[in-house]
Design a protein around this ligand. Structure first.
Ligand SMILES: Nc1ncnc2c1ncn2[C@@H]1O[C@H](COP(=O)(O)OP(=O)(O)OP(=O)(O)O)[C@@H](O)[C@H]1O
Ligand SMILES: [Mg+2]
Length: 500
């Protein structure tokens, strides 16, 4: 939990950075103003077009109103004509001076002002005269509504000629200006979009950089913890080995003399027995008490067993020193099998069965390997991590499968794949590994073990040592129906790294 909360801060920050492009985009676009511009342009173009349509409609209505013999139809046409001419006047004023209700901004361009107020078109004057003529016709008495009414004559002529030409000029000018403005808006939008893409790319790159820095930091942290752990273990092992080395030296050294002195003493006693076959009763009693015959025999057996015990201790000390190899910062040619054996020796206490732990059989299938140039101390750490994991997995299997009495086994195979490359495969026959676990094995801090038992660093560090430090590869193959096999491959010479 502590880990998750410690990580959440930078991740939140990263999330914000990833959102930044979206925010930047929203900030760059004044969406409201873009929409308003579009709406105003559309309104201006529509209304200028509608003016043209109204001029034709009012001319037609005027003619029909004058021609109809029916009173009611005339009244109906009268009201329609009034409505249309009012609308035409309102729109005209709106186009020139603005009308928020109709969404018209007014303020026509210089070209449009020329169309409205300058010859030859004089649209403003023409419209106003036209409107005046229509209104005059609307005010006329019924008797005046004849086909030769001068207002009607003016209306029909203007609607077909001058006014129509001026309105057409205005409509096409409005359309052109709107197209131009739309183009500039589109252009501006494209530019803004480009800017926001650039901002997004920069933010993305920064987020990636930060994410990488965070990953590096986690790896470094993991490495530090692990290095600290392993170097403490290495130091401890080296210290113990050193402390035992001296006394075992005295014991081994003195055992040789002890053996010789004992043989000398036994020879001396035998000589005495030969030359004084009838000793005093006290010596006779003691000879029987100490069971002289058995003592002679057992003494030499005891000494040889002490000697082999001391040899074994010396061997263990050598293995411990071999395992720790803290002093070796640079790579050296070593016997890989020695490294595996010394690691197994350190783990011996976990392999031997006992009251509360199962027995684990180790099967070694060592191939014929050359000396391998490597950082042996670090490689031993890798063996240690993988073997410890295998033991953990087998113990777990044992606790689940008590009834089956299955033989728990670790199989260690070494192979010379080709003259440049060796493989060390460590397999266990524990429980089948979950695919979800398999896919995350090498992630730092990934563990399925209870708190306090696993830190989830063993395999990620092993991966780093094998792949990055040695230019090798580390894979985990799932064995169908049983546990897993970890395959370490490394070059035999560090100079072969690139070739491999
Ligand atoms: N041989 C194996 N069989 C089954 N699962 C394994 C085996 N080796 C590793 N795993 C799984 O991979 C996880 C990660 O292993 P790793 O060695 O990185 O961390 P750990 O053993 O949990 O903790 P640490 O090694 O830091 O004490 C383990 O928790 C375990 O679930
Ligand atoms: Mg582990």
């Amino acid at each position: 939990m502590a880990q998750a909360s410690a990580n959440s801060k930078p991740y939140n920050y990263l999330l914000q950075l990833k959102l930044l492009p979206v925010l930047a985009f929203a900030a760059l676009f004044d969406v409201h103003s873009l929409t308003t511009t579009r709406q105003i342009n559309a309104a201006v173009v529509n209304i200028s077009g509608r003016q043209r349509m109204l001029s034709q409609q009012t001319a037609l209505l005027s003619l029909r109103m004058v021609c109809t013999p029916f009173k009611s139809e005339r009244e109906d046409l009268h009201s329609k004509l009034l409505q249309s001419i009012d609308l035409m006047e309102e729109s005209h004023d709106g186009l020139i001076y603005g009308n928020p209700k109709l969404n018209l901004p007014g303020q026509p361009s210089l070209t449009l002002r020329a169309i409205y107020f300058q010859p030859p078109l004089d649209l403003d004057q023409q419209i106003r005269r036209y409107i005046a003529a229509v209104r005059a016709l609307l005010r006329a008495e019924n008797t005046q509504l004849t086909q030769d009414n001068p207002h009607l004559g003016y209306i029909l002529t203007a609607a077909a000629t001058n006014l129509l030409a001026a309105l057409d000029a205005a409509v096409s000018q409005y359309q052109e200006e709107s197209d131009l403005e739309q183009f500039s808006v589109d252009f501006q939008q494209a530019e803004l979009y480009q800017q926001s893409c650039d901002a997004a790319a920069i933010a993305q790159a920064q987020a990636e950089k930060l994410e990488k820095a965070l990953d590096d930091l986690k790896n470094t942290q993991a490495q530090l913890i692990q290095t600290e752990k392993m170097s403490s273990l290495g130091q401890l092992v080296a210290g113990v080995a050193h402390e035992i080395n001296n006394p075992i030296g005295f014991i081994s050294g003195n055992l040789i003399h002890t053996d010789k002195y004992t043989q000398d003493l036994l020879t001396l006693i035998r000589l005495y027995q030969e030359h004084y076959p009838n000793p005093v009763p006290e010596i006779q009693a003691t000879t029987e008490d100490i069971d002289w015959e058995f003592l002679q025999e057992d003494m030499s057996k005891m000494l040889s067993s002490m000697k082999s015990g001391a040899d074994r201790i010396s061997q263990i000390v050598l293995s411990l020193r071999n395992f720790s190899r803290l002093d070796e910062a640079e790579n050296k040619s070593v016997n890989i099998h020695e490294g595996i054996d010394s690691t197994l020796l350190i783990l011996q206490h976990r392999l031997k069965g006992g009251a509360d732990q199962p027995n684990i059989e180790v099967v070694k299938e060592y191939g014929n390997l050359p000396l391998v140039e490597c950082y042996s101390g670090q490689l031993n750490q890798v063996f240690m991590h993988i073997l410890t994991n295998a033991i953990d997995a087998l113990e777990e299997a044992a606790s689940c499968e008590k009834a089956t009495d299955k033989v728990l086994r670790i199989r260690i195979r070494t192979t010379l794949i080709n003259p440049q490359r060796v493989q060390i495969a460590i397999a266990d026959n524990g429980l089948e590994m979950d695919e979800a676990v398999h896919s995350r094995l090498f992630e730092p801090f990934f563990t399925t073990k209870p708190v306090g038992k696993g830190t989830g660093l063993g395999l990620s560090i092993s991966y780093q040592i094998v792949v990055e430090k040695h230019g090798g590869s580390l894979r985990c193959e799932l064995l169908p129906g049983e546990g897993a096999e970890f395959q370490i491959e490394i070059p035999t010479q560090q100079s072969d790294r690139s070739a491999s």
